[in-house]
Design a binder for this molecule. Sequence first.
Ligand code: OVV
Length: 404
Amino acid sequence: MTAPIPARTPAPAPLLHDDPFSDDVLADPLAFQHELREAGPVVHLPQYDVFAMGRYAEVHAALVDWQRFQSGAGVGLSNFRKEQPWRPPSLLLETDPPHHDAPRDVLGPILAPRALRGLRESWQAVADELVDELLSRDEIDAVTDLAEAYPLRVFPDAVGIPREGRENLLPYGDHLFNAFGPDNGLVQKGKPTIVATASWVDAQCRRDVLTKDGFGAAIWEAADRGDITQAQAPLIVRSLLSAGVDTTVHAIAAVLHGFLTAPDQWQVLRRSPSAARIAFDEAIRWETPVQTFFRTATTDVLVGGTVIPDGHKILMFLGAANRDPRRWQDPDAFDIGRDPSGHVGFGMGLHQCVGQHVARLEAECVLHALAARVRAIEPAGEPVRHLNNTLRAWESLPVRLVPA
Ligand code: OVV
């Protein structure tokens, strides 16, 4: 007689005591990411009573499984089933089908490659002009002078908001991305000003404030057609102003930092400027500007022999998955010769970054302008990290642009 094979009893998840939102880990997350991947396919972080995943296979699988890993309870640590969100939830980021579908179906075509075609020429001219300006200076800060300056020159115009008050955009995004993490010092630091900043952002989403030809106006036209409601339109415009500035700033900083650490790769790009797109995606993989988002289990979910109980938050470590040696050869190398496609730096599945084509266009314009004019990008001082609970970011990257 053979006994039936018993179903394997779920084992508790390994515990990880480090705080992924501590200053030390935020300043240099690679050691934590390694520990997280090695500890197992899913671990428990007792400090926050959340689960965490850092391996590519499990992160990817969870991102595409929106039924069991929902976004509607928030994609930060805060659980909207139990806690009041600090702002009205995003109709794109913090929602699930079916509510997610109409906003996504409206915004997708507005930000699709075909719709952006008409922007390339003028966006390239702005990048050319900016890089020409910078070449007249001995040293520049690649963060403020380039990675921030360029998106701020093109993106708010494309959305169609007025010039006045644009200095609120970066602080708003910085706080928003901090607020996906725990209520630590980084969040506390933003609280005194966020009400004023957020009300400015909300005011820019009104139809009468927006130009007639921008992404914002196109969202309001969708409300006229009845594809979304009049009440939804301003919140979808808010998503552009929330997710469209800091992300591209830090992504452009990441690709410049990549070339600073791997000067040979700059020579590869100069010889083949058409590699700019791949270089940008490789930087998104390698640096992963949006390091983490949470999901919430909608039922008891078995992952790698561990049960994640219904209602628990799961920290999806996109940055760790993008450097998982189980998926990537020599993951720590910034290598524009590799195929970075499949990285989860823009997410994966139905929430995958709707603005990724805008980000790629901005980065391509900047890289093309540089590749045509700059023989070398040399360090000119100590790089300084900018700490944020979600973003892997730079405060300052002093560089010298050597003219070609
Ligand atoms: C991807 C992302 C980040 C932050 C905010 C939003 C989206 C939003 O939709 O508001």
